[in-house]
Write a protein that binds this ligand. Structure first.
Ligand code: SF4
Ligand SMILES: [Zn+2]
Length: 123
């Protein structure tokens, strides 16, 4: 049995539907919102979203929805807490497509660990 190795674009959930990811020039704001939401839903279930995000950052894309990020609106997205740039090294993507900020996640774990140690020390 031979093993076929596919590159990430060949595994992309968006293959063949570029219109959904790059809007037309005459698109209205309402159409745009709807299109971006639909594109983000496709990205959420895409098996190669981290490779896609890495590519988008590496090539400094300025347009389109890549890995669920609307690069037309946010060329350099930051995390939900507004503290860290969500580049591929700082992004963990869950199975549901949810993007977690690694720095915030680690800081939260550290705070919990510190609190546990303080409680232990107080006993
Ligand atoms: S994450 Fe989205 S834009 Fe990237 S390859 Fe998958 S479906 Fe396409
Ligand atoms: Zn963060």
């Amino acid at each position: 049995m031979s093993v076929v190795s596919l590159s990430w674009p060949e595994m992309a959930a968006c293959a063949g539907s570029p219109d959904l990811f790059f809007g037309a020039d005459d698109e209205t704001a309402v159409e745009r919102r709807r299109r971006v939401r639909e594109a983000q839903a496709v990205c959420a279930g895409c098996p190669v979203n981290l490779a896609c995000l890495t590519f988008a950052w590496g090539t400094q894309v300025q347009h389109g929805v890549w890995a669920g990020v609307d690069f037309d609106r946010t060329p350099r997205p930051v995390c939900g807490n507004g503290l860290h740039v969500m580049d591929p090294a700082n992004t963990r993507i869950g199975r549901d497509g949810y993007k977690c900020c690694v720095a915030c996640h680690d800081a939260k774990n550290q705070r919990q660990q510190d609190r546990r140690q303080e409680r232990k020390a107080a006993v």
